[in-house]
Ligand binder design. Structure first.
Ligand code: HEC
Length: 443
């Protein structure tokens, strides 16, 4: 009797184990490609600042050993935020399970599985359309002719005017900077100006300005456009697309100009680019308007950074800024911290009288190359009377491998935003607070 029972038990256990023993192997098209597309191909695709694409079976298998190494070392995908300080919805890191899934698949000899080309065809179509979003843009506003960035080793700050006249206003669900060649671009930002007055011509002014050229004063021709700014946005290498929850967003006006500033890094050969902005529309009405605010260098409180960004060679220095917030409570959707090359650590938090500190973002080990528009998993509510604190530490010593000067020398911040100068900026994307926002989820 006892033996029968044991026998039964063994049989039962064997049954339990069977599914894993005969488990289907992970295959590329079934299991691995969706992961690679979601976590790697945002950067590893044509036109981005990466040395190779990771889209197809061949792309991935060719570099399997290398991929196994960089994901297990935590080097890829790059993600610099301290997730224990605040959790972000667009977190790019792989989970431990995802790392072992890819590793096991590589160790199992890279099984291909049933070939399904749809995903890569769709991805390549989006690459063709110059978008990192999940679908093709509804509107692309781009410069009328390609810009030639000369390979003379000079940085360039170009501003392009892109006029637009639409049949109707549009509700914006998402937007992004687009370029045919991002490899030579350090960053870009754009302002969307509404120009209703038909007496103001959108076309009879200069089309582009080199901010460091002698004729940069032509920029003044655009002043009549700058009375009303609907929105502004920006791009840094690898940054996520800016998207808004269902009833939030802003309304694209019918008529106006986009003034697009593109910062080109020094190039060793001539490079052509076509730059612009992609817009994604939605049908849902915009019940809650999204806005953007910039604190620190180039924005509010620039003069109040203490001590000022005056960094002597050989010095490690921490600078901070406090900005008191007095308006109606707001709900923060995104935080975008920004420093340049010798930035070491960036922290932002808000203090509320008689209450806790609200963490906003912490980058413990700043890396100029890996920046991001961080979307909160749960929005942060900033009450009236809160003080936003921004703290940046800079390492201007020879020991800092990211120091652009060897030997180290004085680095300042004169508002020109050159990459060999420094910045301390916190951009916040927000909407007016409504009760219940504390419980929203943005992922
Ligand atoms: C935010 C953009 C970004 C994402 C996301 C990203 N990479 Fe990269 N990757 C880069 C850039 C830029 C480089 C080249 C510069 C460097 O090596 O630091 C690179 C380099 C690499 C290298 C070569 C490393 C070396 O030392 O030369 C490998 C391998 C790699 N990535 C794999 C991956 C994999 C696998 C993923 C997804 C799991 C991924 N990357 C996600 C931007 C990205």
């Amino acid at each position: 009797m006892k033996q029968v029972l044991v026998g039964k038990l063994v049989g039962f256990l064997a049954l339990l184990w069977a599914p894993t023993a005969f488990a289907q192997k992970q295959t590329f098209y079934q299991d691995i490609q969706p992961l690679i597309h979601a976590k790697c191909a945002v950067c590893h695709r044509p036109g981005e600042a990466t040395p190779f694409s990771l889209i197809t079976y061949e792309d991935v298998t060719k570099r399997a050993t290398f991929i196994k190494k960089v994901i297990n070392a935590g080097y890829m995908p790059p993600w610099r935020a301290d997730d224990h300080y605040v959790a972000f919805a667009n977190k790019r890191s792989l989970t431990a399970d995802q790392i072992s899934a890819i590793t096991n698949w590589i160790d199992a000899g890279l099984p291909k599985g049933k070939v399904r080309k749809e995903a890569e065809e769709q991805l390549l179509a989006r690459v063709q359309a110059g978008t990192g979003y999940t679908r093709q843009p509804d509107l692309t506003l781009k410069v009328s002719k390609p810009f030639l960035h000369r390979g003379d080793g000079t940085e360039r700050f170009m501003v392009f005017k892109i006029p637009f006249e639409l049949a109707q206003e549009a509700n914006i669900e998402a937007l992004e900077f687009t370029s045919t060649n991002k490899k030579v671009i350090h960053h870009a930002n754009f302002a969307i100006h509404q120009v209703d007055d038909p007496a103001i011509s959108l076309t009879n002014t200069i089309e582009q300005v080199d901010l460091n050229a002698e004729d940069a004063w032509h920029y003044q021709e655009w002043l009549p456009y700058k009375k009303k700014m609907t929105y502004y946005g920006g791009w840094i290498p690898g940054a996520s697309v800016e998207t808004y929850p269902k009833d939030m967003g802003w309304v694209m006006p019918k008529r106006g100009v986009v003034l697009l500033t593109v910062h080109f890094g020094p190039a060793g050969k001539d490079e052509e680019t076509i730059n612009g902005v992609n817009f994604f529309f939605k049908k849902e009405p915009i019940k809650r308007v999204v806005n953007v605010i910039s604190l620190g260098s180039g924005g509010i409180g620039q003069e109040e950074i203490k001590p000022p960004l005056f960094l002597f060679g050989g010095e490690v220095k921490t600078c901070s800024l406090k900005v008191a917030y007095q308006n109606k409570p707001i709900t923060l959707l995104y935080a975008w911290p920004h420093m340049h090359q010798i930035g070491k650590e960036f922290t932002a938090f808000a203090t509320v009288p008689n209450a806790d500190t609200l963490p906003l973002v912490h980058i413990p080990d700043w890396d100029f190359r890996w920046q991001e528009l961080y979307r909160y998993q749960k929005p942060v509510v900033l009450p009236t009377g809160a003080t936003v604190n921004v703290v940046g530490t800079y390492d201007n010593t020879d020991a800092n491998p990211m120091n652009p000067n060897k030997p180290a020398k004085l680095i300042t911040s004169d508002g020109q935003m050159r990459s060999n100068q420094e910045m301390m900026t916190l951009i916040l994307i927000y909407t007016t607070y409504e009760p219940g926002d504390e419980n929203l989820r943005l992922d």
